[in-house]
Design a protein around this ligand. Structure first.
Ligand SMILES: [Zn+2]
Length: 95
């Protein structure tokens, strides 16, 4: 069975359902970050609210090309800064 490099698999080789724009929004998250695997260029804070809700987070990188080296070998995931801001806000009870 061919594995998709943008998916995670459990120990039995079953594909783990990736996060989607909809599932992220339900957690109050609207941003992703993208890493370039070729030159390690990083871009965070990309707003995904306008994308179709079923869009999978690991596939958002397919829409982009690295602005530094032009590579399409990218990786996308939920924005970590936004993630920690939300945790921080929850701890302070402001959200
Ligand atoms: Zn790059």
């Amino acid at each position: 069975m061919k594995r998709n490099p943008r998916r995670a698999y459990d120990k039995d080789g079953r594909e783990i359902q990736p996060a989607t724009v909809a599932s992220q929004m339900m957690l109050g998250r609207h941003q992703v970050e993208i890493y370039c695997n070729a030159c390690r260029h990083y871009r965070g804070g990309i707003d995904v609210s306008d994308l179709p809700p079923e869009t999978t987070i690991p596939d958002i990188c397919l829409r982009y090309r690295c602005s530094a080296c032009g590579s399409k070998n990218l990786m996308s995931r939920g924005d970590t800064h936004e993630h920690y801001e939300l945790i921080d806000a929850a701890r302070k009870g402001t959200k």
